[in-house]
Design a protein around this ligand. Structure first.
Ligand code: SF4
Length: 347
């Protein structure tokens, strides 16, 4: 059966059906609609004011690649300037190839790029060294916990280094729904209550952070990358398979099959959650070592590094108030990228 006409321009043949609405669009109209929706998210949420110097967390994966490309398209209308900031976690055989993709993007889009490395920022610790240090602990899933906390800190440091006023990351709706689900599964009411909204306004002296793709589904991010022929890195990190996030992802896929709105429903549910007064944690203070926002004497990054430096990494990992839960940030690279030379199989 021939593809229907594009429901927007009524001229070209439709190349896809939008996963949520079912609307049949050609590639050009889909990309225009996607960009307009991100623009609406940024403007309606007042995420990036005119004049903002925006550090884009660039990993080389599909989400940050699409984010950088869309913001570059929108930058003149928003009145912002962009600077790519990439983090080298020190993961042999993985991060080097991903950073090569970021360098190609920066050159192609003529955007400034700064790379910050864990080894330089954290006293020589790389993720491979952390993995070796935690290997005997029986907590192999801990790698992503360390990495997530340290990467947040590294991105903040990189953004400050380039004089950024704001930080953006490429988390999409599926990533955020997974995070909400994980927090439910762990019974982590504090994180659930803090997890709503499109970012954080910059408490405790931190730079304001936001997620302009938070309302875009992962499928549409992949489709946008396909139709814009974006060059991104799509292999999975060697430490990703052990992360708890993978279970939340599998569960979410089952939920979505039964209820297509499950992803966005979960994202929006986090915006409406409030803790009962008795369950609210005390207001955070300042880390006694680095001054960052902390709910205990040391912030998460300093606590983890402290445990590593004392040769007792398990001390820094635990459940609830005693430490950090195993988390694992979104696994950006997905192996399901449609080849650019073939049609997208939505019809
Ligand atoms: Fe870090 Fe992501 Fe690899 Fe986990 S999967 S170790 S968070 S890069």
């Amino acid at each position: 059966m021939p593809a229907p006409q594009c429901a927007s321009c009524h001229q070209a043949r439709a190349a896809l059906r939008r996963p949520r609405s079912g609307q049949a669009l050609c590639g050009a109209c889909f990309c225009a609609a996607f960009e307009a929706e991100v623009l609406h998210t940024v403007v309606a949420g007042r995420l990036l004011p005119p004049g903002a110097v925006v550090a884009v967390g660039a990993s080389g994966g599909k989400d940050s690649t699409v984010l950088a490309h869309v913001l570059r398209e929108l930058a003149p209308r928003l009145g912002i300037s962009l600077h790519l900031v990439a983090v080298d976690e020190g993961i042999g055989g993985y991060r080097d190839a991903a950073l090569a993709a970021v360098r190609r993007q920066a050159a192609r889009w003529e955007l400034p790029l700064t790379v910050v490395a864990y080894a330089d920022l954290f006293g020589g610790w790389t993720m491979d060294a952390v993995a070796r240090s935690t290997a005997g602990s029986g907590r192999s899933r801990a790698c992503c916990t360390f990495c997530g906390v340290l990467r947040r800190r590294a991105l903040e440091e990189g953004a400050r280094l380039v004089g950024a006023t704001h930080v953006v990351t490429g988390h999409n709706a599926d990533d955020m729904a997974e995070t909400v689900l994980m927090n439910f599964l762990r019974g982590d009411a504090g994180r659930l209550a803090r997890g709503g909204g499109l970012g954080s306004p910059g408490e405790g002296g931190a730079l304001p952070r936001c997620r302009p793709l938070q309302l875009a589904s992962q499928k549409e991010v992949v489709l946008y990358a396909h139709f814009r022929r974006l060059d991104y890195f799509s292999e999975e990190c060697v430490y990703a398979p052990e992360a708890f996030r993978g279970h939340a992802r599998d569960l979410l896929k089952m939920l979505e099959a039964a209820r297509p709105s499950a992803v966005l429903d979960l994202v929006h549910s986090a915006e409406r959650l409030a803790l009962a007064p008795a369950a609210r944690p005390p207001p955070p203070g300042a880390c006694s070592r680095c001054g960052a926002l902390a709910s205990r004497a040391l912030c998460q990054a300093c606590a983890l590094l402290d445990g590593l430096n004392r040769g007792r990494p398990r001390l820094a990992i635990g459940k609830g108030r005693r430490g950090l839960d195993e988390e694992g940030p979104p696994r950006e690279p997905q192996p399901s990228r449609p080849p650019t030379s073939q049609p997208v199989p939505d019809f």
